[in-house]
Design a protein around this ligand. Structure first.
Ligand SMILES: *[C@@H]1O[C@H](CO)[C@@H](O)[C@H](O)[C@H]1NC(C)=O
Ligand SMILES: *[C@@H]1O[C@H](CO)[C@@H](O)[C@H](O)[C@H]1NC(C)=O
Ligand SMILES: *[C@@H]1O[C@H](CO)[C@@H](O)[C@H](O)[C@H]1NC(C)=O
Length: 340
């Protein structure tokens, strides 16, 4: 059912590349592709220790056929992709990569708040936004609830870029007294946009529009009304997620068996520290310890003259993986998943 229709599963990347083989605004297809790519990489980073870990399969933004999923993860993929395109194009613009685009100085000279004026070179997000809309939103050709959901989440991704911009200021006045300041808006690190969208992912709203949906004008009106009533800062989904603990070939899911998880370690955050429970324990899998030895150069000394001699240090590392419990089947059915 899947493989007979490969065209349905064009990855986001291919999609964007296909799109950009058409007539192209002067802005350059490489930037759009680079933006989509950074969205994908950020998705993989943000979900590295989640049951769903942003697999290639999920990265299609295509909208043909009826097989598109419309769950929370789909929502994130759309948001981070359109954010990635907007972000990269905006950064390209600030770096002077395009002739037709530069700083956003439209507000310069105006009062911004108490004691500060707009000034300097604000990142031109308006430009990135326009191009992101042109490319990413154009992938939605339908008028159904799924298309409306994708467009909504694309917009949420762009809102996330705008909403995480930082105000940077410079002091003026006698010897740095800072009686007045001029300020401009700068893009944050893209990581920050990703983290922001991950929070939105956890808080995503479910709307019930798939039941009894038809393609009538009335139904399209209802869809439009529903989405208009939801803030474009929020992610929206229509379906519940499948059980990511389990392998499901039909859905292209691998399950969590065999996944690595993290334990201990000083540098781990709360989310990472609980990854073994989330990926293995709560999915009815055991945590398997595997020891390995790594060899690296160490205690290097400089000898006069001129050589560096090192020792070979062996270090034992322990890694953890989810594995099927060696127990007779029956009682070991997987526990109801806790909230991730
Ligand atoms: C951009 O598009 C042109 C044709 O429209 C193509 O020749 C070129 O290889 C594309 N560049 C990239 C990086 O995809
Ligand atoms: C825009 O930036 C991306 C990533 O930094 C880069 O790959 C791409 O070539 C840039 N585009 C242009 C037109 O300079
Ligand atoms: C895979 O997912 C589909 C759709 O949710 C479901 O109908 C099917 O039963 C699942 N298959 C397995 C083997 O879990």
């Amino acid at each position: 059912m899947f493989l007979s229709k490969p065209s349905v599963y064009i990855s986001l990347f291919t999609c964007v590349l296909q799109l950009i083989t058409g007539p192209l605004p002067e802005t350059g297809n490489s930037s759009v592709a680079a933006g989509a790519q950074s969205g994908i990489e950020e998705c993989k980073y943000q979900f590295a220790w989640d049951r769903w870990n942003c697999p290639e399969r999920a990265l299609q933004l295509s909208s043909y056929g009826g097989l598109r999923s419309a769950n929370r993860e789909t929502a994130f993929v759309h948001a981070i992709s359109s954010a990635g395109v907007m972000y990269t194009l905006t950064r390209n613009c600030s770096l002077g990569d395009f002739d037709n685009c530069g700083c956003d100085d439209s507000r310069n000279g105006q009062l911004g708040g108490q004691g500060w004026l707009w000034g300097g070179c604000s990142d031109n997000v308006g430009f990135g936004e326009t191009i992101s809309k042109q490319f990413v939103d154009a992938l939605e050709t339908g008028q159904d609830a799924r298309a409306a959901m994708n467009l909504h989440n694309n917009e949420a991704g762009r809102k996330a870029v705008k909403g995480t911009m930082k105000r940077t200021c410079k002091c003026h006045g006698v010897s740095g007294s800072c009686t007045t300041q001029t300020c401009w808006l700068q893009l944050p690190e893209f990581r920050e946009v990703g983290a922001h969208l991950k929070e939105k992912y956890h808080a995503a709203l479910k709307v019930d529009l798939l039941q009894g949906a038809s393609n009538s004008a009335a139904s399209r009106g209802a869809i439009a009304d529903t989405f208009r009533s939801i803030s474009t800062r929020e992610l929206v989904h229509l379906e519940d997620s499948p059980d990511y603990c389990l392998e499901n070939k039909t859905l292209g899911l691998l399950g969590t068996e065999g996944r690595e998880c993290l334990k201990r370690g000083r540098a781990l955050g709360r989310w990472e520290r609980r990854s073994c429970r989330r990926l293995c324990g709560d999915c009815g899998l055991a945590v398997e310890e595997r020891r390995a030895e790594t060899v690296s150069s160490c205690n290097c000394k400089f000898h006069w003259c001129c050589a560096v001699r090192c020792e070979q240090c062996r270090r034992k590392v322990t890694k953890y993986f989810c594995s099927r419990v060696e127990r007779p089947r029956g009682g070991a059915a997987h526990k109801p998943a806790r909230k991730p």
